[in-house]
Write a protein that binds this ligand. Structure first.
Ligand SMILES: [Zn+2]
Ligand SMILES: [Zn+2]
Length: 276
């Protein structure tokens, strides 16, 4: 049973990733939001290369993360949800909500604490914005996020299926809200009442600190509204907004190998932001 859930998770994650990859890549060609400035080939090689590197790195460092931890917690009777009688659907929803708000606060803390910001900053130094930006994370930030996730699973004791869903939904929404697609305004505004849209998260990638310290949500948009970090629109239009981080707007931000060391670099130009 355990290996069945683990196998299902791997195939489901891969299936959803590939489906979103194809659909979003096509939509970005048909209805692009912004004109890309840099070679897609080079950015995609770095962003997807990092995603593959992170997957292998995590398997080696924390082999039982995610579903494995949920199965262990259930076996040992650890965690809140293993001590209350709730139907499966309800404990799944409770976990998905708590998981999402945890991701929101983790993201805010990454922006607030200087040493964590250095590792998270690499996600922001992508100078263009498309669905591959959603898989551009430094391995150290991925490792810290995974440890937080493992801690949450041990505390909550969610059903394994809830953890599978949380992971799959997070991967899919991250690809979607980083995509370079133009949704009609009416659709964007309606979707935004519930989920984070590409236009909403793109503001989070603006070079302006007053804008990139907003819209931290990855999935549900309510957390930014509840915790007062929601910004409806940037000062410049979505097509004019400068994306990236000042001082990291050179070719080094396009190379996967130099990116791994970027947290130890200081901005190359005078910094207007005081962070990092
Ligand atoms: Zn961020
Ligand atoms: Zn992002």
């Amino acid at each position: 049973m355990d290996s069945l859930i683990a196998d299902t998770e791997s195939s489901l994650r891969l299936g959803v990733f590939l489906s979103f990859f194809v659909v979003l890549a096509l939509l970005e060609l048909v209805i692009p939001r912004r004109k890309l400035r840099y070679s897609k080939l080079q950015r995609w090689a770095s962003n997807i290369g990092l995603s593959i590197f992170n997957t292998v790195f995590l398997r080696l460092v924390i082999p039982i993360a995610g579903v494995g931890t949920a199965l262990l917690a259930s076996d040992k009777g650890w965690g809140l949800l293993n001590h209350v009688e709730l139907p499966l659907w309800l404990s799944t929803i409770v976990f998905l909500l708590i998981f999402d708000v945890t991701i929101y606060w983790q993201h805010r803390i990454y922006h607030r604490v200087p040493v964590l910001w250095r590792f998270h900053r690499m996600h922001h130094t992508d100078m263009d914005y498309d669905f591959t930006t959603g898989s551009r994370f430094h391995p150290v930030s991925i490792l810290i996020s995974t440890l937080i996730k493992v801690g949450l699973i041990l505390l909550m004791g969610p059903p394994a299926i809830a953890v599978v869903l949380a992971e799959v939904i997070l991967n899919a929404t991250s690809m979607f809200n980083h995509s370079n697609i133009k949704l009609p305004d009416w659709l964007d505004q309606r979707l935004r009442k519930v989920i984070v849209t590409p236009d909403m998260h793109r503001i989070h990638h603006s070079v302006e600190r007053s804008e990139h310290d907003r819209n931290f949500g990855f999935n549900l948009s309510c957390w930014d509204r509840i915790f007062s970090s929601y910004l409806d629109r940037a000062e410049k239009d979505q097509t004019e907004m400068d994306i990236g981080i000042r001082g990291f707007q050179d070719k080094k931000s396009l190379n996967m190998f130099t990116l791994l060391f970027q947290p130890f670099d200081n901005p190359s130009k005078p910094v207007l932001d005081k962070k990092g």
